[in-house]
Design a protein around this ligand. Structure first.
Ligand SMILES: [Zn+2]
Length: 276
């Protein structure tokens, strides 16, 4: 044991004297430090990056990513440590946002007051979604930025407080796009298909695409998927068709994005300029 420890100490000392390995710790970020914001960072591949207690995955190209939830008021310290022990930190709190209030009328009794069978189904749906959100692949598609999945009008935005038939429900976390049943949905970024369920209770036809490091796109209320679980998709590829399945009053696309459990705003993600 003693011998091992001694060798380790020696190794550390010798590394700090090698100029080739004394890469400077460096923080380079793209994105908004704002509630619902997504931030993409770039650093040297051998650096260690932490956001408070969370260790962030750094890709072979030095990319890492994190996001802020709708009501996040946490003070964060981003710390980048180089192999030679050089540390650079940045401390920030996401800027506060005001959200819209949106009222949706005409939701059916069946959906508003689900029976036992429906509640069981909704629970199973949730479990399936929770499971895929835990996945953290080494894809780096997120670092290329995101494009709109449809070129149509935006009819609903991230964060709005929803009232269904006058009753306060969870905020809306997606961006809604107008579209007729069967209209095309494009991949906002490249990735791998993680989940396709044609008939979830609330979200109807639901497709999840992995963009890497825990970043996923979720497409709701679809009428069909053009891809299957495990398929690789390219940015801009048609992956699904608009529908009116689940809790809806009419056909539209609802696009949601997650960093693991954190739901962030796809419209802020689309503004990100990739770091070269
Ligand atoms: Zn929606």
């Amino acid at each position: 044991m003693f011998k091992l420890k001694k060798r380790y100490t020696f190794l550390l000392v010798s590394l700090t004297t090698l100029p080739a390995l004394s890469a400077q710790a460096q923080i380079q970020l793209s994105g908004e430090i704002k509630q619902g914001g997504l931030v993409i960072g770039k650093t040297h591949v051998n650096n260690r990056v932490t956001l408070n207690e969370t260790v962030l995955t750094v890709s072979k190209q030095g990319d890492y990513v994190f996001a802020f939830s709708r009501d996040d008021i946490t003070q964060y310290t981003l710390m980048v440590t180089s192999p030679n022990g050089k540390v650079e930190t940045q401390t920030f709190t996401p800027a506060k946002r005001e959200y819209k209030i949106s009222r949706v009328e005409g939701i059916s009794k069946k959906i508003m007051n689900p029976n036992k069978k429906a509640n069981t189904r909704a629970g199973e749906d949730r479990a399936a979604i929770v499971k895929v959100r835990k996945i953290s692949s080494d894809l780096t598609a997120f670092s290329q930025g995101f494009i709109a999945p449809r070129s149509s009008r935006i009819t609903g935005v991230y964060g709005s407080q929803r009232f269904y038939n006058g009753i306060a429900k969870n905020p809306h976390f997606g961006v809604d796009y107008a579209g007729k049943i069967g209209a095309p949905v494009k991949a906002p970024a490249s990735g791998t298909v993680l989940l396709w369920v044609p008939d979830m209770f609330y979200s109807g036809g639901t497709l999840v695409i992995d963009h890497g490091h825990g970043i996923t796109s979720n497409f709701l209320h679809l009428s069909a998927s053009m891809v299957k679980v495990g398929d690789k998709v390219k940015q801009g590829q048609v992956i699904a068709k608009v529908g009116n399945s689940g809790r809806v009053t009419g056909p539209h696309l609802d696009w949601r994005m997650n960093w693991h459990k954190v739901r962030f705003d796809p419209q802020l993600a689309m503004k990100i300029i990739p770091i070269q």
